[in-house]
Structures are given as structure tokens and as C-alpha cells.
Design a protein around this ligand. Sequence first.
Ligand code: HEC
Ligand code: HEC
Length: 320
Amino acid sequence: MRFATLALLALAALAGCSPPAPKPSPKLAWAYPTGKPVALPAPPAGPQHVPGSPLTLDLVAIEKAGALPDWFPDEHPAPPAIVAHAAAKGPTPCGECHLIAGVGFPGAADLEGLPAAYIIEQVKEFRAGRRRSAQADRLDTLEMIKVAQQVSDADLAAAAAYYAALTRRARHRVIETDTVPATRPSYFGWLDLVANGKPEPIAGRIIEVPEDTDRLFLSDPHLTIIDYAPFGSVVRGEKLVRTGGPGGQACASCHGADLRGGDTAPPLAGRSAAYLARMLWDFKTGARTGPAAAPMATPAGKLNEAQITDIVAYLAARAP
Ligand code: HEC
Ligand code: HEC
């Protein structure tokens, strides 16, 4: 009995010493949407088109063959198998979530034009357990961790070289507004538009939605993603980025003068506001941790939710 009590006390003392478990903030719920379990929509049957592509594709047949739609094959070199094809025992191909064009999908990051060394490093961080989500059960991040654990180093190098060689694309349009279309959190970690929903007050959020949901599910890399942001957020964000805000280190000092990436830090300009907000919160709460993430401890550590919202509105609005 006495031993049990002592053991409990020791456990309580240990718990008291360890940092609190990372958690998403309710004020950033827009960046960590979590909906009820549903199946992903099946690919639409019959011949499909997207604007500007010379191709007509049958997505059902493509899926059956373990391949992925490639609407603009002239815009990139031939992708390695790990990017574009499912293999019997291999991980889900990178292009399933990041697209063959590398522009990403809501919920997953854009990879096109990121430095190859950074891509490799980050996959190894996922693998090592140093890169998680502040939302412990975030499906998207758990999927990425699974890929990181399954991918061979040779395939990872091939994927990194392929994505790093692509030119970054402008994909986001930031619109400052008071009211936003009605959305609901999807199971997969992004916001779904509610058909015929009543517009809602923006209430300090950023609402990131595709310009066209059908084209999203056709994996059209030319699709624009709209980020509705609160009035004044872009100007306030610009000032925070320039000064570094409460951390006092100008973001450009590491991320490059135009925020298009520095020697040691990845690009930030023109990226998904929801993704960037999650990353800042993940750094702040220690969900993204270890020596690679250490340079972000001070810049992200003292940011509050409103400052994060302003910063990412500004960053998403910049030309990539
Ligand atoms: C099932 C979906 C999925 C697949 C397949 C996938 N990823 Fe990811 N990836 C994600 C998600 C989601 C994130 C963002 C995770 C987070 O931090 O919360 C991500 C993030 C990344 C990042 C971090 C980008 C940054 O800016 O820091 C890299 C690098 C990456 N993935 C590389 C790869 C590579 C290489 C492959 C193929 C070997 C791959 N991914 C396959 C979903 C996926
Ligand atoms: C001292 C250098 C430094 C400063 C200053 C800095 N960063 Fe970073 N940042 C980094 C590094 C290095 C990484 C990559 C971390 C890693 O490898 O895990 C990074 C990563 C990030 C990421 C994640 C990008 C991705 O692809 O997932 C975001 C978002 C970010 N920084 C935002 C900012 C903002 C906003 C500021 C200014 C308030 C800032 N950073 C200031 C060095 C810096």
C-alpha cells in the first residue's frame, strides 16, 4: 500500500515536470478541422476535363491501375514511381496527397520547389517522431507519418529531387471580408463548403476553400484556393512578419528577403494559410520539435492565435 502510494506520488511528480501535451487551440479550430468519419468521395465516372488541359481522363480507370491523374504532363519532368504509382508493398504514392504537380491538397503541404534537402529532412523528422500535429489524432498527419515510416531512403531521395526541381505555383487568393460561405469540418482535415448554406460572420477566422469543389476532387493543380481572411489581417500580418512580432526576429532574416526561402529555411510566400497556421501552432506547442525545429522556437513561441491568423493571411497573399 505504502509502495503504491509512493509510486503514485512519483508518477505525479514526473507528470508535473513534463511539458503539457501539445493541443490545438479552439481559436484556431479553422486550421485543424475535424469532422465525423465518412468515406472519401469515389472518383466521378466517365470522361473528365479540367480547364486548360488538353486531356480527357477516366479517373475510375486511372485509380484501378494504381495511377494518379496527370492533367498537365508537359509542365513537369516524368515523375518517379514513388510519386505517381501505387506499389504492392510500398507507401501511398506522394502524388496522392501532394499531387504530381506538387501543389498539395487541402490538409497536405505543397512541395513543389522546396529544397530537396529540406524535403528529405522533414520526412525523416516525421519518421523519428519529432514532427507530429498538435492535434494528436489528426488523420492527415498520421497518414504522412505512416508514409515516412514505409518509404525507402532511395525512393525518398527520388521524390525529393523531383519535387525540388518544380517551379512554385501561385495557388492562393486571399480575400478580406466580414462574411464567409458556410463550411463544415471534413473528416479529412479541411473545410467543406455547405451547399446552399447561409453566409456566416468570419469571426476572426480564416476560411480556406477551393474555388471549385469538383475540380478539387479531380486533382486539378491549376485550381485556385481561396483564403477568406478578416479585414486588416494582411496589413497587420505584414508588420508582424517584418518585425518578427513578440519573438523579435524578422521572418525574412531566415526565410529570405521575399519570403521565398532562405539558405536554411523553407519558403513561406503564397502557401496555404491553414497549413502555415498549423505549423506555427505545432512549433509553439512542441508538436514539431528537435534540433531541426529549434530555430522556430523563438519566432513561434510567443505568437498568439490572432497574430498567427494575421501572419498567415499575409504570407498566403504573397507571390510564391
Ligand atoms: C496520405 C497523404 C500523404 C502522402 C501519400 C504523402 N504525404 Fe507528405 N504530407 C502529408 C500531410 C498531411 C502533410 C502535413 C503534415 C503535418 O505537418 O501536419 C505532409 C507533409 C509533408 C512534408 C512537409 C512539407 C513542409 O513544407 O514542411 C514533406 C516534405 C512531405 N510531406 C513529403 C512527402 C513525400 C516525399 C511523400 C511520398 C514519399 C509524401 N509526402 C506522401 C500527406 C501525405
Ligand atoms: C532563426 C531563423 C528563423 C526565423 C527568424 C524564422 N524562421 Fe521559420 N523556420 C526556420 C527554419 C530553419 C524552419 C524549418 C524547420 C525545420 O526544419 O523543422 C522554419 C520553418 C517555418 C515554418 C514551417 C514551414 C513548412 O514548410 O512547414 C513556418 C510556417 C515558419 N517557419 C514561419 C516563420 C515566421 C512566420 C517567422 C517570423 C515570425 C519565422 N518563421 C522566423 C527558421 C526561422
